[in-house]
Design a protein around this ligand. Structure first.
Ligand SMILES: [Zn+2]
Length: 113
């Protein structure tokens, strides 16, 4: 969960580094995109586990359950910015891929439609 939150916050920092100031993006676009990156980090962690561990220990299973639970929390978030914003950003990334979605946000300050 800490890793996902850090990935989320790094996306905010990256927007700042690319010249997008706080408040220039609609909140649901910025938070939604940051949630997408946080979730991608969870997916990466899950893939690492599959590649490197076949452990069936209680601890390994507990960690897998935590990842699954946090992914669910991200997917089902009920707020407008984090929930609805995430689902819109996820849709855009699935349709246009990550780099094209981010390029579009940098250029037009909104998600591609
Ligand atoms: Zn945020």
């Amino acid at each position: 969960m800490t890793g996902a939150i850090l990935a989320h916050e790094m996306m905010h920092a990256w927007f700042r580094l690319r010249g997008i100031r706080t408040g220039q993006l609609e909140l649901k676009v910025e938070e939604g995109m940051c949630q997408v990156i946080g979730r991608k980090w969870l997916e990466w962690l899950e893939a690492q586990d599959r590649k490197t561990s076949s452990a069936i220990t209680e601890h390994a299973q507990f960690q897998r359950n935590l990842i699954e639970t946090y992914k669910y929390v991200v997917d089902m978030h009920s707020s407008y910015e984090y929930g609805h914003g995430f689902r819109e950003a996820k849709w855009a990334v699935e349709k246009y891929k990550l780099h094209r979605t981010i390029d579009h946000i940098l250029t037009y300050r909104k998600l591609p439609e």
